[in-house]
Design a protein around this ligand. Structure first.
Ligand code: GDP
Ligand code: MG
Ligand code: ZN
Length: 300
């Protein structure tokens, strides 16, 4: 009998991880040394230490890593993610800035973003919400209108999108993310408590990122705590540009190969902006991201 095994990280709790073994069993896992900073969704190699615990030896190669970073801390959201589901609501008003950042973070990591517009039953707020989403509609981002209170509509509209994929659900608070999660994963609360018992982690470890299986759809859904900030300081200038795919064709006509599309003469992006072919709010966000980046680069 060998004590080597492997599994997938289901949740991260500060010092230790919950890892699911190939047979579905959950174990408690401790990293060896400081270098093993595993994220939820990572596939990891283990050395079993008894039946219920293991040492995390190494992280298998990642397809991608969704990340955010602020001045004070950086945080790995999740690894090996196929799509990012961003929940916004008709009410309260969602932040265009956060939505734009989440999209840029997804595109720069090679992850497909999908916007879930929730609370479409609040009909009087729909025109404004759709107008705010207009720039993203133009970009070809899939926008799914849903009412989280109607389980049948959630199943019909969202489950097919999740089939066979690993998706991560994020949203500002009050957008209805928990309502959606409870509809998609009816036993989410029970699963969370089972994990806590199995891991002896205490009953109140509810704020961490966690991966759930979707038996009906045959995929996985990662729930991430509500976010109020989505810093992208870890992105370099090329990464930031990848977050604005609508610049791609226009930048080919920039006079300078290293054009930053802010003030340069002969800039194809600025020309498109002036013609209204690139949305002003999108270019403004791009400039904010570059400014925040250079401010932080000068600080360190
Ligand atoms: N009218 C309406 N209210 C909703 C819908 N989904 C969620 N809510 C309400 O919005 C509030 C916030 O929902 P919650 O799931 O806690 O949001 P979270 O903070 O994003 O997890 C709650 O009062 C929900 O009942 C919806 O589709 N329509
Ligand atoms: Mg919630
Ligand atoms: Zn340019």
């Amino acid at each position: 009998m060998t004590d080597q095994s492997h599994g997938r990280v289901i949740a991260a709790h500060g010092r230790h991880y919950s890892v699911e073994l190939p047979d579905g069993k959950l174990i408690k896992c401790y990293p060896r040394g400081k270098r093993n900073e595993a994220a939820v969704g990572d596939y990891v190699n283990l050395t079993m230490q008894g039946a219920d615990e293991a040492a995390l030896e190494s992280i298998q190669e990642r397809k991608n890593l969704l990340y955010r970073s602020d001045e004070s801390r950086s945080k790995q959201f999740a690894a090996n993610v196929d799509q990012l589901l961003i929940v916004v609501a008709v009410r309260p008003t969602f932040s265009d800035d956060l939505l734009g950042r989440a999209l840029a973070g997804a595109w720069s990591a090679g992850i497909t973003p999908i916007i879930l517009l929730n609370k479409v039953d609040l009909l009087d707020g729909m025109p404004l919400a759709l107008e705010k989403l207009q720039p993203f509609t133009q970009l070809g981002v899939q926008i799914v209108e849903v009412c989280a209170h109607q389980a049948a509509s959630v199943d019909e509209k969202i489950l097919p999108l999740l089939k066979g994929k690993t998706s991560i659900l994020i949203g500002q608070s009050a957008m209805g993310k928990s309502t959606l999660l409870n509809s998609l994963v009816p036993d989410a609360l029970a699963a969370t408590q089972a994990h806590s018992v199995a891991l002896d982690a205490g009953k109140h470890t509810t704020t961490s990122t966690r991966l759930y299986h979707l038996p009906a759809a045959g995929g996985d859904l990662i729930d991430s705590p509500g976010f109020q900030a989505f810093g992208l300081l870890h992105l370099d200038r090329e990464d930031i540009e990848r977050g604005f795919p609508e610049f791609a064709t226009h930048r080919q006509t920039c006079r300078f190969y290293n054009c930053t599309h802010q003030h340069e003469p002969g800039c194809g992006v600025l020309t498109a902006l002036a013609k209204g072919e690139i949305h002003a709010t999108r270019h403004a966000l791009y400039v904010r991201l570059l400014d925040a980046k250079s401010a932080s680069d000068h600080r360190y």
